[in-house]
Ligand binder design. Structure first.
Ligand code: N2P
Length: 362
C-alpha cells in the first residue's frame, strides 16, 4: 500500500515537472511596447514562463505569419495587417469563455476593431495610437524661427522646409503603408485610396524630400530624438512620448514635442492574436485576459505612453497621459484622423515596389 502511494506521488511529480516545462508562452510584440514588470507579474500569477521577442515592422511580422510555424503563441499585428492575415487563415478564433476581462474593453473602440475582424472573433486591442511627427523644439526653432508653429506635415513634406532641417537629422518610419498614404494626404489625395496612380504620386513626392531624410527606421528614432542626435521623426505617438520621457530622465536639456498635423494622420490599432499553430493556445488566452486586467493595462499605458482601449483602466492611467491630446486626441482632432486601409496582394506589391524606389532611389 505504502509502496503504491509512493509510486503515485512520484508519477504526479514527474507529470507536473513535464507540465511546468511545457508551459512556456512565446510572445512576439512590437519593441518598446510593454511595462517593465508586466511579464514578471504574469509569470508570478500563472507560473507560465514567457519568451518575448520584438519587431518594429508589420511587414516583418507578416512574413513570419504567412510562412507559418513561427512558434509564437501571441503576436500583435496592426488591424489592417490583421485582417489580411485572418483572410490567409493565420489566426485561430478566440475562446471568449476564457476572456472574462473582455468586459473591461471600450465597446466603441472594439466595434471599430470589428471592421477588420468581424465580431472581434480573432483579436483584442492591445494599444492604439497615431502616426504623427516628433520634433526637437529647440533645434527646429533655431532653423525655422521662434515663431514657426509646428502643426503641419510641411515640416517633413515641404521640400524647402525639410531641407532646412536636414542637418540636424530627419527620420521617417520604414512603414510603406503608413508613409505613402501620409504623402498622398499631403498632396490632397485620399489617404485611403487604393488607386495605383495615387500611390505613384505619393511615392514621387517622398522622393522629392528623400535627400533631406537621414534614415528610414521604425524604432531607432526614440533614442536619437531623446539624445538630440536627430531633430525630427515621423513616428508613432507613444514612441515619441517615450523619447520625451527619456530626455527628461537624462536631464539633457532636450525638449521634444509630438504633433498630430492639422492635415490629419493615421489612427491605428494593434491587436493581440493567436496564430493557428500556436504551441500553447491556453496560455495565450491567459495572457490576453491578463493584459485586459485594468491595472495591468494601465501600467503599460503609464510606461509606454500609448492609449489603450480598456475603459476600466482609465481611472488608473496617469492624468498627464489621459489629458494629453497627442495621446488621446480631442474630438476635433479625431475628425481629421483616418483609419488604416486593407490592401489586396496586388496593391501591396505596388506599395513594396514604390517603397524600394523611395528608399534607394531605384
Ligand atoms: C511600438 C510601436 C507600436 C506602434 N514601439 C505600431 N503600430
Amino acid at each position: 500500500m505504502k509502496k503504491l502511494l509512493m509510486l503515485s506521488v512520484a508519477l504526479t511529480m514527474s507529470a507536473s515537472a513535464t507540465l511546468a516545462q511545457e508551459t512556456t508562452l512565446n510572445i512576439y510584440n512590437w519593441s518598446d511596447y510593454i511595462a517593465e514588470d508586466t511579464l514578471e507579474k504574469f509569470t508570478a500569477e500563472t507560473g507560465i514562463k514567457v519568451v518575448y521577442d520584438v519587431y518594429d515592422s508589420n511587414e516583418v511580422l507578416e512574413a513570419k505569419m504567412l510562412t507559418g510555424s513561427s512558434g509564437y503563441d501571441i503576436v500583435v499585428p496592426t488591424s489592417d495587417f490583421l485582417q489580411r492575415q485572418i483572410g490567409a487563415g493565420v489566426y485561430q478564433p478566440l475562446d471568449k469563455s476564457l476572456l472574462p476581462n473582455l468586459a473591461n474593453m471600450d465597446v466603441d473602440l472594439m466595434e471599430g476593431a470589428a471592421n477588420f475582424d468581424p465580431g472581434n472573433e480573432h483579436a483584442v486591442i492591445y494599444m492604439w495610437g497615431t502616426t504623427g511627427i516628433g520634433y526637437n523644439v529647440g533645434m527646429v526653432a533655431e532653423r525655422l524661427g521662434e515663431d514657426y508653429e509646428v502643426n503641419s506635415w510641411d515640416l517633413v513634406f515641404d521640400p524647402e522646409i525639410v531641407a532646412k532641417l536636414a542637418d540636424c537629422g530627419v527620420s521617417m518610419l520604414d512603414a510603406p503603408s503608413e508613409m505613402i498614404p501620409a504623402a498622398m494626404n499631403y498632396l490632397g489625395l485620399d489617404p485611403r485610396s487604393t488607386d495605383a496612380a495615387d500611390f505613384e504620386a505619393g511615392a514621387a513626392h517622398l522622393e522629392k524630400v528623400r535627400d533631406s531624410v537621414r534614415y528610414f527606421h521604425s524604432s531607432q528614432y526614440i533614442n536619437d530624438l531623446a539624445n538630440g542626435d536627430t531633430c525630427v521623426a515621423v513616428g508613432w505617438s507613444g514612441d515619441v512620448f517615450q523619447a520625451m520621457a527619456r530626455a527628461e530622465e537624462a536631464e539633457n536639456g532636450v525638449e521634444i514635442g509630438y504633433v498630430i498635423p492639422s492635415e490629419g494622420a493615421l489612427q491605428w490599432f494593434d491587436m493581440m492574436a493567436i496564430p493557428v499553430d500556436a504551441p500553447n493556445p491556453e496560455a495565450a488566452h491567459k495572457f490576453i485576459n491578463f493584459i485586459m486586467d485594468a491595472q495591468i493595462t494601465a501600467d503599460i499605458t503609464n510606461y509606454v505612453w500609448y492609449a489603450n482601449a480598456n475603459t476600466a483602466s482609465m481611472p488608473l492611467v496617469d492624468e498627464e497621459i489621459t489629458s494629453d491630446p497627442g495621446i488621446f486626441p480631442t474630438a476635433e482632432a479625431k475628425e481629421r484622423l483616418w483609419g488604416a486601409t486593407v490592401y489586396d496582394a496586388r496593391t501591396d506589391r505596388t506599395i513594396t515596389r514604390l517603397w524600394t524606389r523611395v528608399k534607394t532611389g531605384q
